[in-house]
Design a protein around this ligand. Structure first.
Ligand SMILES: C[S@@+](CC[C@H](N)C(=O)[O-])C[C@H]1O[C@@H](n2cnc3c(N)ncnc32)[C@H](O)[C@@H]1O
Length: 256
């Protein structure tokens, strides 16, 4: 039987297609600006970026005035791109390290003000996600915030397999696809697709995992979709997604 391609191989092979200095991927429009918005005040704060990729989101945060970024990603190529961009842009407050978020423990400090995981959990099983959430919980200061985004759990079952974003659920249904990997693609506005995957979870799994990890206040939850502004800006690109829930953003706070 063929072994499924590893997530590291997927990202090592397409790191240059992810590298960007302006919005180009669908989710650069529909999700990442909302992460920044959800984080609130970040000036002079220390931020942990789990699954940081080539550093696009962390560069947005640096531009917004954070004190430091510590990024971890399991793809050596994505980290190499992040490091080379940081060098080119002379970002002395950004540190990027290769590591698996599930087992990584070499943090430069014991506490961070805020943490993000932008489309990381769709690569992890429910058990792995719970472990990472527990680690994030233990690394946040009192009053700290954790913001993460994931593909909307209903999207694979609502949308046909066509651009600019889809996941293949095969024969699996919403409830019997749990912890199964759905392969997918998301497009850039210039027509280039990148491969993504989603280890399927239901909405309930995110709430249960947060509670098990020790986040004991209700998270804020936003179901993200294309907006009227997106549709007016590029109707051809965003039009096929009108009315579909694309991603979910969770924001949870550590009680003071
Ligand atoms: C969709 S990309 C998002 C990258 C970045 N957060 C962004 O928004 O541009 C997902 C990233 O998660 C990383 N990743 C997947 N599994 C991981 C794991 N177990 N530990 C650390 N990083 C992981 C991948 O290598 C990839 O760079």
């Amino acid at each position: 039987m063929n072994q499924p391609i590893s997530t590291e191989s997927i990202y090592n092979a397409q790191a240059t297609n992810w590298l960007r200095s302006e919005k180009i991927l669908l989710s650069d429009f529909t999700a990442r600006p909302r992460v920044l918005e959800a984080l609130g005040k970040i000036k002079d704060q220390d931020i942990l970026d789990f699954g940081c990729g080539e550093g696009y989101v962390s560069r947005m945060l640096i531009e917004a005035g954070v004190k430091s970024i510590f990024g971890v990603d399991s793809s050596a190529e994505m980290i190499a791109q992040a490091q080379s961009m940081a060098k080119e842009l002379k970002l002395s407050n950004a540190t990027y390290t290769v590591g698996n978020a599930v087992s990584f423990n070499q943090f430069p400090q014991t506490r961070f003000d805020k943490a993000i995981a932008v489309f990381l959990f769709n690569y992890l099983t429910i058990e792995e996600m719970t472990q990472v959430m527990s680690k994030v919980r233990s690394l946040l200061v009192a009053g700290g915030t954790f913001v993460f985004t994931v593909p909307h759990p209903c999207l694979p079952f609502m949308r046909e397999e066509s651009p600019p974003f889809y996941f293949e659920h095969g024969e699996k249904s919403y409830l019997d696809g749990i912890n199964k990997t759905f392969e997918g693609k998301i497009w850039r506005r210039d027509g280039v697709p990148v491969s993504v995957r989603c280890v399927h979870k239901t909405f309930a799994h995110y709430f249960e995992a947060l509670a098990k990890a020790g986040f004991n206040s209700l998270p804020e939850v936003k179901e993200l979709a294309v907006t009227d502004e997106h549709l007016a800006f590029d109707p051809e690109f965003f039009g096929p997604l009108k009315g579909y829930p694309l991603h979910v953003l969770f924001k949870v706070k550590v009680n003071d």
